[in-house]
Design a protein around this ligand. Structure first.
Ligand code: 5RP
Length: 240
């Protein structure tokens, strides 16, 4: 029986196979991405070079510790060749819910600026329908109450109703995202039409980003008990 960590590592290892020397690489966030960064660090210590940018401070710290050099956002770094990021839920059409770690806006900025987006996760993240994981929505603190009302109204129009909680940290303080915003976790349950919900949320002025990542992933690597399951384009991946 493989452990959760081993399944994350298997997905991370599979992603590493498709990273070419010198490539412009985006690093997302989360425990699975941390495994990827550590493996990448081992390769870098053996002389492998990449030009990397991290979506969140946690990944920056892991990269620093692993010896992966990071760059500031400069024009010649974009578009990225590859982005490697995790997910909180994935469906068979490679639609994702992300943002459990709170860096969703930065992650989405990178996802929109890359040729290839590789998602790594352990197999339990694959779901029949998105929405069991509360959908994170990143909002501007200014006018928060008004934005919240608008989110409720727009979501209800596409059949999404449920508790919306302002995210707090371990000490009960309002959680502040890597981009300086607040996050609402929307417990809608199954989201019948993610595309319509995504458009409606995108059109709310105080919404800075949301965790629905649709038509963005190129390939999803899921670490499972019996190996790595691949969704999408496995071109260039060598799976053991
Ligand atoms: C952070 C994310 C993460 O990628 C997501 O939460 C998955 O994390 P993990 O690999 O720890 O399960 O979207 O905003």
């Amino acid at each position: 029986m493989s452990s959760k960590l081993e399944r994350k590592q298997a997905a991370a290892e599979a992603a590493l196979e498709s990273i070419r020397k010198g490539c412009r690489l985006g690093l997302g966030c989360g425990s699975t991405v941390n495994e990827f960064i550590r493996l990448l660090g081992e390769k870098v210590r053996r002389g492998f070079s990449v030009r990397a940018i991290a979506a969140c401070t946690q990944s920056e710290a892991v990269a620093r510790e692993a010896g992966v050099p990071l760059e500031e956002s400069s024009e010649d770094l974009f578009p990225l060749d590859v982005l490697v990021d995790g997910a909180d839920e994935v469906d068979i059409r490679m639609r994702l819910i992300k943002g459990g770690g709170g860096a969703l806006l930065h992650e989405k900025v990178l996802a929109f600026s890359t040729y290839k987006f590789i998602v790594i996760a352990e197999g339990e993240k694959l779901v029949d329908e998105l929405g069991k994981f509360p959908l994170p929505v990143e909002v501007a603190p200014f006018g928060f109450a008004g934005t919240l009302k608008r989110i409720r109204k727009e979501a209800a129009r596409v059949g999404c109703v449920g508790d919306i909680a302002l995210r707090r940290d371990g000490k009960g303080k309002v959680f502040v995202s890597d981009a300086g915003h607040w996050i609402c976790d929307c417990a809608f349950g199954n989201i019948p039409d993610p595309e319509s919900l995504s458009i409606r949320l995108d059109n709310i002025a105080g919404v800075m980003g949301h965790g629905l990542f649709l038509r963005l992933a190129s390939v999803v690597l899921l670490g499972k008990e019996d190996g790595v399951m691949v969704l999408g384009d496995s071109d260039g991946l060598i799976l053991r």
